[in-house]
Design a protein around this ligand. Structure first.
Ligand code: SAM
Length: 233
C-alpha cells in the first residue's frame, strides 16, 4: 500500500535511475500522464505493467478511485511524460489525497529540467524561486510586477515559440541588462545554454527559429545590486 512518484528522463534515456526501474518493476500499476509515451519507456526498459491514464483533465475524477485502490492494498507508481511528476505536471492532488488518507508516499529523486538549468546558468543557486509557467494572459502582468523586487534567482518554464516575447517582457519589467540564462534541450544532442544580459540573449534568439524545450533562469535583484556595488569599488 504505497504511492511512488517516479521521475523519468527529460530527453536522455540513460538518466533513468536503477531504483526507478526497480520500483516500476515492483508496483501493481503505473499511473501515466500519457500511456503511449510512458508505454514506450516501459517497453524500452523491458517492463510490462498495467497502466492507467492519470492526466490533468481527469485528475479530479481519478484521484478518489486511485486512493481507494491503494487503500485496498495495491502499490502504484505515478510517472509523467518527462521529469518529476507534480513539477509543472499532474501529481500534487494525488500526493495530497494520499497523505490525507494515511497512505505512504515516496518520491524518488531523479530527472527534472529546472535543476540542471539552474546549475548550468552560473547564477546564484543558494536561494531560488521556481515560477514554472507564467499565465499566458490573465494574471501574467501581476506575477511579473510582484517579481520585480525578487532577490532570489528565478526559474521559468517556457515554450520555444513564446521565448523571445517572454524575454522582451522580462527586459521591460527587470531591465535589459539583467543577467539571464536560457537552457534549451537539456540532456539532448542539441543542448545549449545561452547566457548574458536580457538584451544579448534576445538578440541571439531573435535571429533563430527556436525549437525544443526551454527553461529560463533569471538573476534576482540582489545580483544587480552586487554588480553596481562592484562597479562603485
Ligand atoms: N515535470 C517536468 C520537470 O520535472 O521538469 C516538467 C514538465 S513541464 C510540462 C515541461 C517543461 O519543462 C517544458 O516546457 C520545459 O520548460 C521544461 N523542460 C522539460 N524538458 C526539458 C529539456 N530537456 N530541456 C529544457 N527544458 C525542459
Amino acid at each position: 500500500m504505497k504511492l511512488y512518484i517516479v521521475p523519468t528522463p527529460i530527453g536522455n534515456l540513460e538518466d533513468i535511475t536503477l531504483r526507478a526501474i526497480n520500483v516500476l518493476k515492483s508496483v501493481d500499476v503505473v499511473l501515466a500522464e500519457d500511456t503511449r509515451t510512458s508505454g514506450s519507456l516501459l517497453k524500452h526498459l523491458g517492463i510490462s505493467k498495467p497502466m492507467h491514464s492519470y492526466h490533468i483533465h481527469n485528475e479530479h475524477q481519478t484521484v478518489t478511485r486511485v486512493v481507494e485502490r491503494i487503500l485496498k492494498g495495491e502499490s502504484m507508481a505515478l510517472v509523467s511524460d518527462a521529469g518529476t511528476p507534480a513539477v509543472s505536471d499532474p501529481g500534487f492532488l494525488l500526493v495530497r489525497e494520499c497523505i490525507k488518507h494515511g497512505i505512504q508516499v515516496e518520491c524518488l529523486p531523479g530527472p527534472t529540467a529546472f535543476v540542471p538549468a539552474l546549475v548550468n546558468s552560473g547564477l546564484p543557486s543558494d536561494r531560488f524561486t521556481f515560477e514554472g509557467f507564467l499565465p499566458h494572459k490573465k494574471g501574467r502582468q501581476t506575477r511579473l510586477q510582484n517579481l520585480t523586487s525578487e532577490e532570489r534567482t528565478m526559474i521559468f518554464y517556457e515554450s520555444p515559440h513564446r521565448l523571445v516575447k517572454a524575454l522582451q517582457q522580462f527586459a521591460e519589467y527587470f531591465g535589459a541588462d539583467r543577467q539571464v540564462s536560457v537552457a534549451r534541450e537539456l540532456t539532448k544532442i542539441y543542448e545549449e545554454n545561452v547566457r548574458g544580459t536580457l538584451d544579448e540573449v534576445i538578440a541571439y534568439f531573435s535571429e533563430k527559429t527556436i525549437k525544443g524545450e526551454i527553461v529560463i533562469i533569471l538573476a534576482g535583484k540582489v545580483e544587480e545590486k552586487k554588480k553596481s556595488d562592484k562597479y562603485e569599488d
